[in-house]
Design a protein around this ligand. Structure first.
Ligand code: CO
Length: 173
C-alpha cells in the first residue's frame, strides 16, 4: 500500500544556482544535505508538508544522474512513494508485468529499503519506492513534529549542517 509521496527529486547542474528559487523565492527550508558517493550526487532535502523536494546535483560525471542531466537537462528526475511493504509491492508489480530496475530492494545505510521501477513501465516517469524501518518511521514522525513546532515558534528550522551548507553555496566553496 502506498502511504504518501516521500519526495520528488529534481536534478540540477549546481545546487547553489537553484537555492534562490526554492529557498528565497518559495520560502522552503533546507532540512538536510547529504553527499552520496555511491550515486555520485550531492542532495538537499526541502520539506513540503509531509513530503520533500529532493534536489540532486551530480558530483561525478559518470553517475546515472549526471548522464540523465547531460541527456535531458535539468528537471524532474524521479518520484518516490513511501510504501508499507516494499517486497509485497514489488511482487504485485511483477505479477502485473511492470518492468522493474530493482527486483529486490536495496538497503540504505540507515536500514531503509529502496527500489526503482523502470520508466518503460510507468509511461516515462522514473518511480522509486521507499520502505522506512520502523524506528526511522518514528524518528521521522518526531522530526516532522519537531519541525512543525519550530516553524510555529518562529521558523528557526535550519539544522547547523543545513545552515553551513547554505552559507557555503551562497558564498562559494
Ligand atoms: Co529518491
Amino acid at each position: 500500500m502506498i502511504k504518501k509521496i516521500s519526495h520528488i527529486a529534481i536534478v540540477v547542474p549546481e545546487l547553489k544556482d537553484v537555492v534562490g528559487f526554492w529557498v528565497d523565492a518559495l520560502g522552503l527550508d533546507v532540512a538536510h544535505t547529504e553527499h552520496v558517493p555511491e550515486q555520485g550526487v550531492e542532495v538537499a532535502f526541502l520539506p513540503v508538508g509531509e513530503s520533500d523536494i529532493e534536489l540532486l546535483q551530480p558530483t561525478d560525471t559518470q553517475s546515472g544522474v549526471a548522464r540523465y542531466l547531460a541527456k535531458r537537462g535539468p528537471g524532474i528526475h524521479h518520484i518516490c512513494f513511501e510504501v508499507d511493504d516494499i517486497e509485497a509491492t514489488l511482487a504485485h508489480l511483477k505479477e502485473m508485468n511492470i518492468p522493474l530496475i530493482d527486483e529486490q530492494p536495496k538497503y540504505g545505510s540507515d536500514g531503509k529499503k529502496m527500489a526503482f521501477i523502470h520508466p518503460k513501465g510507468t509511461h516515462g516517469v522514473l518511480v522509486e519506492l521507499y520502505e522506512l524501518p520502523p524506528a526511522e518511521m518514528e524518528q521521522h514522525q518526531e522530526a516532522s513534529d519537531d519541525l512543525r513546532r519550530r516553524l510555529r515558534d518562529g521558523r528557526e528550522v535550519y539544522t547547523a549542517g543545513a545552515k553551513a551548507f547554505l552559507s557555503r553555496i551562497r558564498h562559494g566553496r
